[in-house]
Design a protein. Structure first.
Length: 347
């Protein structure tokens, strides 16, 4: 299979150079204009917090709830909090830093990474809320649902059956006291630059993929929604053209924010695998996250259709046609995840 895929990609790059060039331009523009300005400061901040030991002090209030609910050591709080607030893939980048510093064991780091990779509040409010629905309040509600379902996902996939001594305390301190600030700063900048390069590369590659498959997607119904499964930002932007009521669009956006898109998931893998961070079950966790976020959003639009302007159905008949099919898809996703968990395909 890997030989076939490699040959197929080589042929596509060779036969469609114009589409590849357009994808590269779009990917680099997306990285420079939206992704890196929002993410790079968090890449640097997470490295400084972990290496200086300040993270342990700042995240101390969250240590006890994480230990009680998720059986995680205090050192995991840094990755969880930065992952919930910093945006993709800050959670994985911070978890990798903690693993390399010795503050988390491989198993604990894998459990943390299964639910701490989330979209930032600025992304949800700015791009999703204001960009698609013209409402910052709608984006804030999306972010709240996104974080709630991330934490629920952690309870389902990241909580071990037993609370061991390793879960009660960090693996090691993860801090090297003899390092000066200049040494810590230089190491954090170098790590942030490497992470930024990884993000840029995967954004560019998946924008190329989108341009290559666009002729096929254009013949499929609602292909704009499918593009978000590959690259999140481009997919959310394309959702504006869908002829759906805003309530249905909101549900689709909520799913895509939780799932993250394949570009985000490969970014996380590229950061995790060189550090020895296991990624078994990561894709299933993101699928579960997206499915639960969509289900909560759809339920909220039904219970309180006037809570937000974006919840108000434009065409009630159209909305009634799409929701049953959407819930069937969600049920299928949840059944697939449940079956995988029975087969021990989980972190």
């Amino acid at each position: 299979m890997k030989l076939f895929l490699s040959l197929a990609l080589f042929a596509a790059f060779l036969l469609f150079p114009a589409a590849c060039a357009d994808g590269v331009r779009d990917g680099l523009s997306l990285a420079a204009g939206q992704a890196l300005p929002a993410l790079f400061p968090f890449f640097l901040a997470s490295g400084l917090l972990v290496r200086s030991g300040l993270a342990q002090t700042l995240t101390r209030p969250a240590a006890r709830p994480l230990a009680q609910l998720y059986h995680l050591p205090p050192s995991a709080a840094t990755a969880v909090i930065l992952g919930l607030t910093g945006g993709y893939p800050v959670g994985t980048a911070t978890t990798v830093d903690l693993l390399r510093q010795g503050a988390l064991s491989r198993d604990t780091a894998a459990r943390v990474n299964s639910f701490c990779n989330c979209a930032s509040p600025g992304f949800c409010i700015g791009l999703a809320g204001l960009g698609i629905f013209g409402s910052a309040r709608t984006g804030a509600v999306l972010y709240g649902i996104h974080i709630l379902t991330a934490l629920l996902t952690g309870l389902l996939v990241a909580r071990p059956a037993q609370f061991t001594a390793e879960d009660a305390a960090p693996h090691t301190s993860g801090v090297t006291p003899c390092q000066s600030f200049s040494a810590i700063f230089c190491a954090a900048v170098q790590q942030a630059a490497a992470t930024a390069l990884t993000v840029t590369a995967f954004l560019t590659v998946f924008c190329v993929f989108l341009h290559l498959v666009q002729p096929v997607l254009s013949h499929l119904p609602y292909s704009n929604a499918l593009s978000g499964m590959l690259e999140l930002t481009s997919g959310l932007d394309a959702l504006r053209a869908l002829p759906f009521p805003d309530g249905v669009k909101l549900t689709l956006v909520s799913f895509l924010l939780g799932f993250g898109g394949l570009a985000v998931q490969f970014q996380a893998r590229a950061l995790a695998e060189p550090a020895g961070l296991p990624m078994d079950g990561f894709a299933a966790s993101k699928l579960l996250h997206g499915a639960m976020a969509a289900a909560f959003t759809a339920l909220l639009t039904r219970i309180s259709p006037t809570a937000l302007p974006a919840f108000a159905p434009v065409d009630n008949a159209l909305q009634q046609r799409h929701y049953p099919a959407f819930f069937l898809i969600l049920l299928f996703m949840l059944f697939t995840i449940w079956s995988g968990k029975k087969a021990k395909n989980k972190i």
